[in-house]
Ligand binder design. Sequence first.
Ligand code: X5A
Ligand code: ZN
Length: 678
Amino acid sequence: MASGTGLIYNDQMMSYNLLWDFPACSIEVPERLSASFEKLKQYGLVERCIQLSVREATEEEIILVHSLDYLEAVKSTAFMNVEELKSFSYKYNDVYFHPNSYYCAKLSLGATLQLVDAIMSDRIRNGMALVRPPGHHSQKSDACGFCIFNNVAIAAKYAKQRYGTKRILIVDWDVHHGQGTQYTFEEDPSVLYFSWHRYEHQQFWPNLKDSDYNAIGKGSGTGFTINIPWNKVGMGNADYLAAFLSILLPVAYEFNPELILVSAGFDSAVGDPEGEMCATPECFAHLTQLLMPLANGKLCVVLEGGYNLRSLSESVCMTVRALLGDPMPPLVGQMAPCLSAVETIQNVRAVHQPYWKFLKYHEGVIIKDPSTKKLNFAIEEHKLESADTTDIEKKMTVFSMEKQDFDEFMDSHMKNVLVLAPSVRTAWAGDEVKSAKLDRCLKVEAKETSMEEAGILISGGDATQLENKRLLLSLGCIFPLIDKITKREVRNGIVVAPTLSSSIIAAQYSITVGASRVFLLLLGEADIPTDVKADEKILVVNVCAKQDKMRGNNYFIPICWEGGNECDGDLLHATFEFILPLAYGHRPELVVLAVGDNTGIPAVTLAHLTQLLQLLAEGRILVISQASDLVDTLTSSLLGDPLPTVRSFVLNEENALVLMKLRQELKQHWKLLKNSVL
Ligand code: X5A
Ligand code: ZN
């Protein structure tokens, strides 16, 4: 089991810079690296990573993507004077050369390949390479957009060649379209390229038709290029999250990559002069952890753009924390994607419908004339409702802040999102269960709970239910675990309980001990008292087979599987399309996951669900399992171990239709459910 997070940094890559006046390139400065590394040191993150050394890439590696002629041309820049460098640079689009550029480009690529090697040979689980020059714009015979060699594209070819990696996912969250990477793999179904980018109907650099939603790959690679063109600036946390939940993650699970490469540009973060977007640094931590359950955790993050030094460095730190498995701060802002984002997402889903199973049951209508193209589209309409716009989003969209104001905003924002990890990751209580994983957890003593005690603690609880002695015994284990979790002594906990009603009492108990909101995900049959159904503090999603359950309001939501639980994609599909959008919208302070026996849900799927739910509530989750044979799997997930992959992603049509109907009913209230304007 691979563990540890690798980090590559070397200040040699700061040894080139712009030598003449060239405004288009003035933002790509050496300090981008040092600022990021200094912040990592400040937060004590460097010593928590395994530092890897850089090397120069070989010519053989460079020509995995680039032409020999181009390589020779780049090589010759090492001996040019400024005038020669200038005229050489102007042959390309927005890129500059320096006598050290070639050397640094070799280090930048070499660092990326070192990271791939360490991950593919299981020396580390994941890692980040802080490199420059960036890579994703460079093409076979062209430098472009500050990029000389395409680090990530070469890394993908390298992994295929050296490790026989069959499926590689490239996630390009840089705010520019990585057209170089797209062109490299547009006919290759073994490399799935996903990119979102500022587009504004082709008004934004590099102004290509190839960046639009309908560029989806060619030949046998059709469907394996996914472009999310943002037609408005000001996209924020909810927009990015919606794109991940409604497109990237279901696609990724279906694709089942063996390795994930991230073209991690942070010019898509708030304050960046290029992107003009609004996503705050912790958003990148969420994006990172959403990818970590895939590919056995083999996640290789490589720096691309990012030109606001403060925003860049905070975002880098958040990404590294996520790789280390730290608890995630909740995302700020109203969890509602804006109208323009929803239109883009609808178009992407529509155009990809023929290629991905999870889209099979969706209305695939393309919007030919997005509202952003209409003359009367006002900036306020950009957000679905004005109340959905946070102060910062308004400010960043409408006015551009002075540097000092921005730094002040960042200072206070980062203070607010600081999350301290409890010293113990996982605790358990109850009878001895055969599970080696529990040896790595803290055992918490059960305390005796009387009917009165439980009755008093539970406001409005049904006292007759408590007569069940077994229930009281479970609560005696559950209450101390919740105490420890809410006091931040432990991050999460697990208990075996004979009845799922204990999970409802657990949720109520958490509220009485101070949690403002609890998300209860119940897999299996349980009778839920009416006062719980009516309680806005407790969001209940119940995946069940019974068909007689009525949805009372927006806070009690039964997903009644009409088609049973046999298909292993159903629950994952529900997780991305439904459960996570709701849970992110609810912003719980504790998650209770109750797993009944005989749910028919495969253990691997449960492990993935358990890991994904840890993105909420700063990782505070209590798992209540009815079956003791699931404890090993669930505990492993709570401990943050890398997960086995979900091999097949089969969906049951009836179940997919159940979800579709629920989404229509609930999307006015839970706005992250919006993936179309219909
Ligand atoms: C890597 C990257 C941006 C180039 C912008 C040129 N390049 N206008 O972010
Ligand atoms: Zn960029």
